[in-house]
Design a protein around this ligand. Structure first.
Ligand SMILES: [Zn+2]
Length: 556
């Protein structure tokens, strides 16, 4: 970097002073190929948020922003905005369990439940049947027993079994029973399954689950009668490694001194060696993510360089953001929109580029979110490079435009479609269609040009919220949960008009803590709560609003 360039990087000079010529198509293609090759090379190990590979991508993009002469809009005078997230928890090596004289093997003989706390506990077994204390149902499994300092053994079933019409539905959740045991002074819990009709808990740990305060395990198999005899000594050591990590967005602006700002974004992260989102089975392998989403970053960089030189479309400033943590749940865009580095009211609209590298022979470009503003009708009239737009309306989708839509910003997502390599190690550079990416770049430039004189676009809410419409549920609340929220309960990030939550008067920011009889401790419990209802059911819902409890009824 020469001295002149560092002046630009520091935002001291406007870019158009230095660059006035539009690049040739060949130059753009050459640059895009280099960028995708680097970002999807094994050296970056799949760019998982919170890893050194992500950091290489971040530094590379920040350097490109500097070359174009963008004004730094990250933390203080840098392009980089740091944020924190909970990494996927992993079981430590030290986990151990001894029941009586028997040493048991983690993963085979027993599993650590996701809401278990860490710690070593020593004590004696106390059998408390289902571990339910419910005076309103005339049931007390602790009657005449003192669980203080004991390790309680609890059946995962219930007094009337596990089915949707059980009178003890509110207690089916094992976490609720573990919390009760803790409240009564127990130091640990061992669950077991003595009911062929009851499902055994799965052992997947999750960053979205909070711990319940004491170690909790599930004893697999049918040796519970022999091993969980009251007064049998127990030593339990649970080690779940829960780690907070740091990831980075990259933010820079083409500043033409305008009030309105157009955001152009793309996520920089991918799945590393294959985290939760991987569809790969078999030996671990680097997920290079050439289409997902090195392609989007390359088109974003091409737009930055071009827009710096397009003097006829300067009614707005252009803010470029490379988001991290998209694959883990839109973390980076969620963070930026909640901690924006400039007033969010200045945003005109947002264009998201996620997976734009597989246009191939298909002349159709997917454009999602056109319901977020009437102005997007323009998309249908934009005929450039022989591309046809295939549109969907919802502002809610599985990518970063969603975070902007939820803040009331018109937002669309460009997408060349899914494919057999999606979220697999085979999403590689040689399958990228660079000519297609160039055509999409030109298409977007033309679209931005045609919106140049329209002033600030009107925002409209869209109808369908599809994130929770998984087939497991017969009903939905019509809300978008905040996946970054890590307090107790489920925080609402978005609400769809006309759906149950809106009809019940729930608001964005409310934290749902109880749904029907189910305590909503986290996302997992929320989904369990939903699965209890049928269409037409009415249930009480309890939320926290500005720290105060509020109860109302919701009709599904
Ligand atoms: Zn992806």
């Amino acid at each position: 970097m020469n001295a002149y360039r560092s002046l630009i990087a520091a935002g001291a000079l406007l870019p158009q002073v230095l660059f006035s010529q539009l690049r040739s198509d060949a130059d753009v293609l050459y640059e895009m190929r280099n960028q995708v090759r680097y970002l999807s090379s094994d050296r970056l190990e799949g760019r998982e948020a919170g890893t050194p590979g992500e950091r290489l991508a971040v530094d590379y993009i920040a350097a490109k922003f500097g070359n174009v002469g963008l004004m730094p809009y990250g933390d203080s005078a840098t392009y980089i905005q740091a944020f924190h997230f909970q990494a996927e928890p992993v079981l430590g090596e030290a986990n151990s369990l001894q029941l009586g004289r028997e040493k048991l093997v983690s993963g085979t003989d027993y599993s650590v439940l996701p809401f278990s706390a860490n710690g070593v506990v020593r004590g004696k077994v106390l059998r408390v049947s289902y571990g339910i204390q419910a005076p309103e149902l005339d049931r007390d499994d602790y009657a005449g027993l003192d669980p203080k300092g004991r390790i309680v053994a609890i059946s995962v079933s219930s007094p009337d079994g596990i089915h949707p019409h059980s009178k003890f539905l509110a207690f089916h959740d094992l976490r609720i029973r573990a919390e009760k045991a803790k409240e009564l002074g127990a130091t640990g819990v061992v669950f077991y399954n003595d009911d062929p009709a009851a499902e055994s808990p799965t052992n997947g740990l999750s960053s979205k689950v909070k711990d319940c305060g004491i170690p909790v395990i599930f004893l697999q198999g049918d040796r519970y009668e022999e091993l969980l005899v009251t007064n049998n000594p127990v030593v339990m050591d649970v080690v779940i490694q829960r780690e907070e990590r740091t990831a980075y967005n990259v933010v820079g602006m083409l500043d033409f001194g305008k009030q309105d700002i157009v955001v152009i974004g793309a996520h920089l992260d991918h799945l590393g060696w294959g985290d939760e989102g991987s569809l790969h089975r078999g030996e671990k392998a680097i997920h290079n993510g050439a289409d997902d989403n090195a392609s989007g970053i390359a088109v974003m960089l091409a737009l930055a360089e071009d827009l710096a030189n397009m003097e006829h479309i300067r009614a707005s400033n252009y803010l470029f953001i490379a988001f991290s943590g998209e694959e883990k749940g839109l973390y980076g865009s969620n963070h930026w929109t909640k901690h924006p580095t400039l007033p969010i009211a200045r945003l005109n609209y947002m264009i998201n580029l996620d997976m734009v590298g597989r246009l191939d022979s298909n002349n159709t470009i997917g454009v999602n979110g056109v319901g977020t503003s009437p102005a997007w009708a323009e998309v249908d009239h934009t005929q450039v490079e022989n591309l046809k737009a295939k549109t969907t309306t919802s502002g809610i989708g599985p990518s970063d435009h969603t975070s902007f839509y939820l803040q009331g910003v018109p937002a669309i997502h460009f997408f060349t479609g899914s494919h057999a390599d999606y979220h697999k190690p085979s999403d590689d550079e040689e399958k990228i269609d660079y000519n297609g990416m160039l055509r999409i770049t030109r298409y977007i430039e033309s679209l931005i040009g045609s919106l140049n004189d329209d002033g600030k676009l009107a925002f409209t809410k869209t109808e369908d919220v599809n994130t929770e419409n998984t087939p497991r549920f017969k009903v939905t609340l019509g809300v978008v949960p905040d996946y970054l929220y890590d307090g107790r309960g489920m925080r609402i990030d978005g609400i769809t008009e006309g759906r149950p939550a809106a009809e019940a008067g729930l608001k964005v920011g409310d934290v749902v803590v109880k749904l029907g009889a189910i305590e909503v401790t986290d996302m997992m419990a929320y989904m369990k709560g939903l699965s209890q209802f049928e269409k037409g059911d009415t249930a009480p819902v309890k939320v926290l609003r500005d720290g105060k409890e509020l109860e109302t009824n919701v009709t599904f």
